[in-house]
Design a protein around this ligand. Structure first.
Ligand SMILES: Nc1ncnc2c1ncn2[C@@H]1O[C@H](COP(=O)(O)OP(=O)(O)O)[C@@H](O)[C@H]1O
Ligand SMILES: [Mg+2]
Length: 343
């Protein structure tokens, strides 16, 4: 039959790419991260070759080479992309650090309730013009509460990344000075910036202040900082997103809670979320040997950050062993080692 001449000479090319690889391809394209894009494509090619799709693998490699060569030819004309970073001026540099994160919400493994609440924040931010036209304000003051390594700081990056806004992190330590009265003046500078430059402003680790400074003078000063903070927060009607993050909710004044539009609670990952963290972190490698339920059990009690570090360890071991296949036992061992350091 003549129309059969052009039929597929390999069976199902999509069975050689995992869902995670397809997602990694799309995400790296969206981020303009070319080297990651090529790395994932080559991974897919390698996996295709291993699973007997030699022709597809060869074609994919050739395609990557062609595209790379073409990109190189245009390089001088395109040049490096400028990064329009809003740099803090005046006294602000000592109080704020600024960056433009590329993190996306999809990079995070979160329970459904939390991710839908964050999605809701994004929707209200994207539609804030329409909400304001009808006299409503979008959610924009959030308190993030939960144990270390569960994604509070990462959430600030993801919100900034999704909305294309700069992320300003406020060093609360820099705000506490020995001189009375100065703290409020410095907070005023920060809140002026919040008003004048739309961005995501993260007041990170409030609790570090409460735990580490225990002399009476310092406690008094912390109270003053928190009180001024609450006043400024209450008055703030800017378009910026203001985030507070803390590991120890018990140390915070309950009055703080009321000043935020929402309190988001972070917790150690369930088995399902832990598996999501591991799959995401190992997406560029061959994980066909991994028994996910066993790995998730070994991850029980660890934070997202600890699981992520264990995955890195297992991935590096595989690469140093000249393979892209992560060993199931290697991953479980790395997770168990994290339990030992976790105290
Ligand atoms: N929910 C999550 N999903 C995926 N990775 C996470 C998550 N939470 C933390 N991580 C990993 O751990 C690192 C540290 O997390 P971080 O956001 O700083 O924790 P926290 O601020 O809650 O202490 C992150 O950069 C990321 O690699
Ligand atoms: Mg943090």
């Amino acid at each position: 039959m003549p129309h059969c001449v052009h039929s597929w000479s390999y069976r199902d090319p999509f069975s050689v790419a995992t869902a995670d690889q397809v997602k990694a391809l799309i995400r790296s394209h969206a981020d303009g991260d070319e080297s990651r894009f090529y790395a994932v494509a080559i991974q897919v090619a390698a996996q295709a070759a291993r699973s007997g799709h030699g022709k597809f693998s060869q074609e994919l490699r050739e395609l990557v080479d062609q595209v790379k060569a073409r990109a190189k030819a245009f390089e001088p004309a395109r040049g490096p992309k400028p990064v329009p970073l809003a740099q803090p001026r005046g006294e602000l540099p000592g109080l704020l650090t600024a960056c433009y994160p590329k993190t996306r919400l999809a990079d995070m493994a979160l329970p459904n309730l939390l991710s839908s609440r964050l999605e809701r924040v994004l929707t209200e931010q994207r539609e804030r013009g329409r909400l304001r036209e009808h006299g409503f304000s979008p959610i924009r003051k959030l308190l993030l509460v939960g144990p270390p390594g569960t994604g509070k700081t990462m959430t600030a990056s993801a919100l900034a990344g999704e909305l294309g806004l700069p992320l300003f992190s406020i060093q609360l330590d820099g705000l506490i000075t020995k001189y009375m009265g100065e703290t409020a003046a410095k907070l005023r500078l920060v809140f002026d910036a919040i008003q004048s430059t739309r961005g995501v402003y993260l007041f990170d680790e409030f609790d570090a202040l409460g735990v580490e400074r225990s002399s009476t003078n310092d406690v008094g000063e912390i109270r003053r900082v928190l009180n001024s903070f609450l006043q400024f927060l209450e008055q703030d009607d800017s378009d910026s997103i203001v985030l507070g993050a803390t590991n120890h909710v018990g140390l915070l004044d309950r009055a703080l809670f009321r000043r935020f539009d929402a309190v988001l609670e972070y917790s150690l990952p369930s088995e399902e979320v832990a598996t999501h963290v591991m799959r995401g972190r190992l997406a560029l490698l061959d994980t066909s040997n991994i028994e996910w339920p066993a790995a998730a059990k070994a991850a029980d009690g660890l934070s997202h950050a600890e699981i992520s570090m264990a995955c890195e360890q297992a991935a590096k071991n595989a690469i140093l062993d000249h393979t892209t296949a992560v060993r199931a036992s290697g991953l479980v061992t790395a997770l168990k080692e994290r339990h030992c350091t976790h105290a």
